[in-house]
Write a protein that binds this ligand. Structure first.
Ligand SMILES: NC(=O)c1ccc[n+]([C@@H]2O[C@H](COP(=O)([O-])OP(=O)(O)OC[C@H]3O[C@@H](n4cnc5c(N)ncnc54)[C@H](O)[C@@H]3O)[C@@H](O)[C@H]2O)c1
Length: 250
């Protein structure tokens, strides 16, 4: 599919690694200028370098996407260097595995702060740009675990389930404005996060309908479509990108 986002500015959070990096590279290939946001400044710089080496436009910003002041500073720098932001992919996240009784309040709060409150803060910062442009694309990276559950991830699945709810509520509220809000729940994508989990990736791959785990580029392709002009009549929806593993509703 040929997509042109020429003249558009996209923020991709957590784009210093894995899925976020692939999304940033893909949106850049579709001609958007990319602000690569990640708490890991080195990873962000590497992604931006990959984009500019390929002839695209990108800047890297080290930012904790759960810190309101840092988010505001990152958005101001993005606007100053690239322009007003009308595409946002909320991808930054953490995914610990912890037995339920070991979770504790502090860890629960941390997961909710990064995976749920973070997107809330980033959206609030960037929404005025989209409202002024009467055009916007917000894509939230949720998780197939909201469809299936996941042992040892009550905190994580709660955070992603909250993001699912946020996506639908926001999609309705902003439907008249030219701004769409959708979600992509990845299922078993080969990234540093998956490799760090207790999952035996190769054994799991063999149990998948497609006999493989996903690639970060599989998620990027779904995001590229949702970010495009042609996806303008799609809002509050889910593109389940999981190799056929889960076929239920969002
Ligand atoms: N890999 C999978 O199979 C899978 C499945 C379901 C959902 N997801 C979701 O996809 C997203 C990307 O995951 P991934 O597999 O690429 O993981 P990853 O660990 O490779 O990448 C996550 C990135 O987010 C960044 N990050 C973490 N906390 C941050 C913060 N506070 N501020 C800014 N950046 C921060 C990290 O530095 C890292 O670069 C996550 O939201 C994850 O929950 C992944």
């Amino acid at each position: 599919m040929w997509i042109s986002n020429k003249g558009k500015v996209a923020v991709v959070t957590g784009a210093g690694s894995g899925i976020g990096r692939a999304i940033a590279v893909r949106l850049a290939r579709d001609d958007a200028a990319i602000a690569v946001w990640d708490i890991n400044a080195e990873g962000a710089a590497e992604t931006a370098r990959m984009i500019t080496d390929a002839g695209g436009k990108a800047i890297a910003i080290g930012v904790d996407c759960s810190d309101k002041a840092a988010i505001t500073a990152a958005a101001q720098r993005t606007r100053a260097e690239l322009g007003s932001i009308t595409i946002l992919v909320n991808n930054a996240g953490i995914a610990p595995f912890t037995p339920f009784m070991d979770i504790g309040e502090e860890l629960f709060d941390k997961v909710i702060r990064i995976n749920l409150k973070g997107p809330f803060l980033v959206i609030r910062e960037i929404m005025p740009d989209m409202v002024a442009a009467k055009w916007g694309r917000i894509i939230n990276i949720t998780s197939s675990s909201t469809q299936s559950g996941s042992v040892g991830q009550t905190h994580y699945v709660s955070s992603k389930g909250g993001l699912l709810g946020m996506t639908k509520a926001l999609a309705l509220e902003y439907a008249p404005t030219g701004i769409t809000v959708n979600m992509v729940p990845p299922g078993f994508i080969d990234t540093p996060m998956l490799r760090a989990s207790p999952v035996d990736v190769d054994a799991y791959a063999a149990s998948m309908p497609m006999k493989r785990v996903g690639k970060p580029e599989d998620i990027a392709a779904a995001c590229a479509f949702l970010a495009s002009e042609e996806a303008g009549y799609i809002t509050g929806q889910t593109i389940s990108t999981n190799g056929g593993r889960y076929m239920g509703s969002a």
